[in-house]
Design a protein around this ligand. Structure first.
Ligand code: CA
Length: 366
């Protein structure tokens, strides 16, 4: 069985710890909550509780993604129950480990990494504004860690009922390590340094403690949560007989490279679509009311390229019929300001409205 350990620490500047983690083999997860009046704490706890209840036992990424969707619904429902929880949200990065076979489902800017042969590879892609800018080549990875908008995330649990998790599946090798971490770690330390602290053969608990200590030494500006899992070849019965031979190990390493290459290829193909989408915004009918989104409607290569910016109180049925028809498929604008401007014009045309709620969810930056 894989051996894992998790630790969380409030850091040095935050009054509360809004992070939560799970170490319940085969399930491991980290969640980074956000929202005022300690609602972030509630959001991350609601999410992990629902994940614990609905996660599969097998390393099945689709089933794990369904459990993350259930967690999203639970956070949305919890937010609707109390005014002080309005707008709360959370990241969620979850893994099911079956021997060296790992399924990951991910939303937000927490991360999953694999340490293999002393090299640390990022498995997940951040759903954040600065990650979009890095993908577009506008800023570097190092700039992103210090960017004033580094806390703006483009996908989280708690706002969009249609939210979907990114999923990954990989075959690692015995001796590899899985790391799950919130941005209180990865925002404070570069990946190379995290790798150095993970490779030295200490236990998962000792490594987790060293990572947290290092993040605090670097400033501890945020809550820090890490889960470290040592992967071994004690696995499902069907896979076990193959794992001892060198040939099987080579195959496993080959498959891992393939997964990494496929992720890189998809990232490059999506890069162009991303830069197109992120410069646009649109208005669309959503449950009878007009909502404002960044990005473009629909999806590209199965990936949705939009992030909800604001719901308005404008009732679609009160607008002229031709406009209603266009709103059903979405009216695209060159940039968010133009879309927001049109939304406020519509608001003026249809009279007073209910207050708007807005996302993407933002954590405060120190
Ligand atoms: Ca955080």
């Amino acid at each position: 069985m894989s051996a894992g350990s998790g630790l969380t620490d409030p850091g040095l500047t935050r009054p509360a710890n809004e992070d939560t983690f799970i170490v319940e083999p085969p399930l491991y997860a980290v969640a980074d909550g956000m929202g005022g009046h300690r609602a972030g704490e509630i959001a991350s706890r609601v999410a992990v509780n629902e994940l614990l209840a609905s996660a599969p036992r097998a390393a099945d990424p689709k089933a794990l993604a369904r459990a993350v969707r259930a967690a999203n619904r639970a956070v949305i429902e919890s937010a609707q129950r109390s005014r002080s929880r309005a707008g709360m949200g959370t990241t969620l990065t979850a893994a099911i480990v079956d021997g060296t076979h790992v399924a990951v489902a991910h939303v937000g800017d927490s991360r999953a990494y694999l340490l293999h042969g002393g090299k640390l590879t990022r498995i997940t892609e951040d759903h954040s504004m600065v990650a979009d800018l890095v993908r577009q080549g506008t800023i570097t990875e190092e700039d992103a860690r210090f960017h004033p908008q580094r806390s703006v995330i483009t996908r989280a649990l708690g706002s969009d009922p249609e939210m979907a998790a990114d999923t990954y599946e990989l075959d690692a090798e015995p001796g590899d390590r899985l790391l799950l971490a919130t941005d209180g770690l990865t925002g404070m330390l570069p990946d190379d340094y995290i790798a150095d602290l993970l490779v030295d053969g200490r236990s998962p608990t000792e490594s987790a403690a060293r990572l947290i200590e290092a993040a605090n030494r670097a400033g501890g500006y945020d809550n820090i949560t890490v889960v470290v899992v040592d992967l071994d070849d004690v696995s499902a019965a069907a896979a076990a007989p193959q794992r001892g031979t060198n040939e099987a190990r080579r195959r496993v390493a080959g498959r891992l490279l393939w997964v990494v290459a496929a992720v890189a290829f998809i990232a490059i193909a999506l890069g162009g679509a991303y830069s197109y989408a992120s410069a646009r915004a649109y208005l669309i009918d959503e449950g009878g009311r007009v909502a404002v989104y960044r990005g473009i409607p629909g999806s590209f290569a199965g990936v949705s390229l939009h992030w909800r910016a604001q719901s308005t109180g404008v009732v679609t049925d009160e607008l002229p019929v031709p406009l209603q028809a266009r709103l059903r498929s979405g009216i695209v604008f060159d940039g968010l300001p133009a879309a927001l401007q049109r939304a406020s014009e519509l608001q003026g045309e249809t009279g007073p409205s209910t207050p708007a709620s807005s996302t993407p969810v933002t954590t405060s930056t120190p």
